[in-house]
Design a protein around this ligand. Structure first.
Ligand code: ADE
Length: 230
């Protein structure tokens, strides 16, 4: 088993990289892949950069070049679901790319044309490991459901309402759906775990900076628990 871990931004991965033993690094496509061991498990951790293209390329390299057999994406997200607040954690059981629009051809919004799935499902075993990790922490609320992904930092109440009504989404972010698609195309199990940094509304960018440290702390604790039980 080789566990691939992807975060979009350096600050999301830094605490975990500090725990890595026997680390070697290789840079491909401007992304630095850190190979080593955490809690005696083989891990390749990488910062993909922001957005769907970066993160899909990153997942493909993790799988093809580094032999990742499972992929976990962690990071922050905007809260979309009604009772979701900054500091909470959302585990995706499925991901949809909200900016995929071929409705002109009769496809539902989010559907990638000519692909035989609407959403990208996360791996039940990785979901249950994430659930178990969360059961042990009492300092935040957690949710399991759909996360939507698009190349947009959502900071608009009408857009949040649309994401909720169209996809029953709990959270929005900018990488999970494309990572899940790359994993789907490579038959590689994955899960996406996001800590809420803002409510995707007009003040989102300010909340984002304020809540990011706690969000990163939560994701790191969950990741460590998953790695120890995997
Ligand atoms: N990541 C964190 N907050 C976000 C937001 N509001 N929109 C998209 N991605 C995010």
């Amino acid at each position: 088993m080789v566990l691939g871990i992807i975060a979009a931004m350096e600050e999301e991965l830094q605490p975990l990289l500090g725990e890595m033993k026997a680390e070697t690094t290789r840079t491909i496509a401007h992304m630095t892949f850190h190979e080593g061991y955490i809690l005696n498990k083989k891990v390749v951790a990488v910062i993909s950069g922001i957005g769907k293209v970066n993160s899909a390329i990153c997942a493909q390299i993790l799988i093809t070049t580094f032999g990742a057999t499972k992929v976990i994406n962690v990071g922050v997200a905007g809260g979309v679901g009604d009772s979701i607040a900054p500091g909470d954690v959302v585990i995706a059981d499925s991901l949809i790319q909200h900016d995929m629009n071929s409705t002109a051809f009769g496809y539902p919004h989010g559907q990638i044309p000519r692909l035989s799935t609407f959403d990208f499902k996360c791996d039940p075993e990785l979901i249950s490991l994430a659930k178990k990790a969360i059961e042990n922490s009492s300092n935040f609320n957690s949710f399991i459901g759909t996360i939507v992904t698009g190349d947009e930092f959502v900071a608009n109440v009408d857009k949040i309402r649309w994401l909720k009504d169209s996809f029953n989404a709990l959270a929005c972010e900018m990488e999970g759906g494309s990572i899940a698609q790359a994993c789907y195309l490579n038959d590689t199990p994955c899960v996406v775990i996001r800590s809420i940094s803002d409510n995707a509304n007009t003040g989102a960018h300010m909340d984002y900076e304020k809540f990011k440290p706690i969000a990163v702390e939560n994701s790191t604790a969950i990741l460590k628990s998953i790695i120890s039980n995997i």
